[in-house]
Design a protein around this ligand. Structure first.
Ligand code: FAD
Length: 431
């Protein structure tokens, strides 16, 4: 039976390089980011991106024939665990959301012309993209209710609708917009994805919505509210075939979700390291915080939960590698809501242990905490993932016949008496 928790030595060397590189080169970016403008920030990250490319660690989320390095999701998980610890590392490694998910869409479903025009510059880091699906007027949890439309007029699609929380919408060069192209089709066949250049007349980028993430959503990296008013794009900008929007979304969101979960492992680990270090540093009531049982419980519980999240994430990644995102739907949904809670709880304990310092912006914990809250919402709220897991599991069960549960002891006793009746009678007769 093949069952292995080892990382092969060659790949381990790459991971070791990444750990050193992220700590030495990317962590310092975090504390300088608030003091530089967009142009200066790009100047700071360009040489780091070049170094990552030299190491052949750029855009590793895609297979080689699609422009990536072909590492697969498990190795990617181990890499994202390192990158995820810093909010700027994914940009340095060319696989930040939402560009990484959008490049998956184009790589797997884009035409040759679309790949040349949009995917190649995206993978080279020359342009930025946005995925524009959620609307203020319909529930994002139930996207069958989407209301933004695209109607074919001659050889152009005419798009009308209102979107929001389109991440990176204000700075994107192009947007992948989820639109209803056939309102009369079955619920999951009504929608399509269309490529919309950001400078298309009728695309009105209203604002970055102020959020809990606060001013740290810098350089335009926020969540945009966008109006599409008679925005016209060529017919060939439709991705795949009309009505394939949900099919493509599933392929996009599966890997996209697991990549988030992988990054959360890195964030949790960083908060956990801070929790442990501070517990050994701070003294109160005659001893170190590390000597208090409550703190020991926090450390042990965090370690157990992080280990569970890590194994669940890597297992879901392994399922995607072996059988594709469709087969791993339950595993991805499981870790999406479980991982978000672990992320939140570990950061929360670290904040608590640091007291007022933990609440202050003198430590990265408060920022981690604000970002962690969104994890329970984006790419589907917890409740929807729990519902999907429960439905999947319940699909493997049937209701027992009659009025009693299958394990009802009096009923089972009766059945057992009948089963063993002959032996019991024989024994009694011989007494
Ligand atoms: C930081 C961030 C980034 C985002 N980035 C993007 C992006 O790039 N592109 C994009 O298109 N969207 C993006 N979103 C939007 C996100 O995908 C949606 O917020 C999400 O799908 C939920 O949709 P909604 O906000 O409309 O909430 P609603 O659908 O209105 O749901 C509200 C609440 O209802 C409850 N609920 C819903 N369904 C059920 C159920 N079946 N059972 C029990 N309770 C339920 C849940 O508690 C849920 O949180 C982003 C959101 C955030 C916070």
């Amino acid at each position: 039976m093949a069952w292995d928790f080892e990382t092969d030595p060659e790949f381990e060397k790459k991971l070791a390089w990444m750990r050193d590189f992220v700590k030495a080169e990317v962590y310092p970016l975090e504390v300088i980011a608030s003091e530089v403008d967009d142009g200066q920030f790009l100047r700071l990250i360009r040489p780091l991106q070049e170094e990552v490319k030299r190491q052949k660690l750029w855009a590793t989320h895609l297979p080689p024939d699609l422009g990536g390095q072909g590492y697969g999701q498990v190795r990617l998980g181990l890499m994202h665990e390192i990158e995820g610890a810093s909010q700027w590392a994914p940009i340095v490694f060319g696989n930040q959301a939402p560009d990484s998910g959008n490049s998956e869409v184009l790589a797997h479903f884009g035409s040759a012309a679309q790949k040349e025009k949009w995917l190649s510059p995206l993978l080279e880091g020359k342009v930025r993209s946005c995925f524009s699906m959620t609307e203020p007027n319909t529930p994002g949890s139930d996207p069958t209710q989407l209301s933004t439309t695209a109607v074919l007029d001659g050889d152009e699609w005419v798009i009308n609708g209102h979107k929001w929380f389109s991440s990176n919408g204000m700075i994107a060069d192009f947007l992948i917009v989820m639109v209803v192209t056939d309102p009369d089709a079955a619920p999951y066949e009504r929608a399509s994805m269309i490529l919309v250049p950001a400078d298309t007349p009728g695309v009105k980028r209203l604002r970055n919505i102020p959020t809990m993430a606060g001013e740290h959503e810098r350089f335009g990296y926020g969540h945009a509210e966008i109006l599409y008013e008679n925005a016209r794009v060529p017919q060939e900008n439709l991705i795949g075939r009309p009505g394939e929007g949900f099919k493509i979304a599933q392929a996009r969101l599966g890997p996209g979700r697991i990549h988030h979960c992988m990054r959360w492992l890195g964030v949790s680990r960083r908060a956990f390291d801070m929790l442990c270090e501070r517990s050994l540093q701070r003294q109160a009531f005659g001893g170190k915080l590390a000597e208090k049982q409550t703190v020991q419980n926090w450390i042990a519980d965090s370690a157990a939960e992080m280990q569970a999240a890590r194994l669940m994430t890597l297992h879901a990644a392994w399922m995607i590698d072996k059988q594709g995102p469709g087969a791993a739907r339950k595993e991805i949904a499981l870790i999406k809501f479980f991982g978000a809670k672990v992320l939140h709880d570990v950061i929360d304990r670290a904040v608590q242990l640091h007291g007022s310092l933990g609440y202050s912006a003198d430590l990265p914990l408060e920022e981690m905490y604000r970002h962690a809250r969104a994890a329970r919402l984006y790419d589907g709220p917890d409740e929807v993932h729990r519902q999907s897991v429960a439905r999947h599991i319940l699909g493997g069960y049937t209701a027992p016949e009659g009025i009693w549960p299958r394990e009802h002891i009096p009923t089972r006793r009766e059945a057992a008496r009948r089963k063993f009746a002959e032996l019991l009678e024989h024994h009694t007769a011989n007494l």
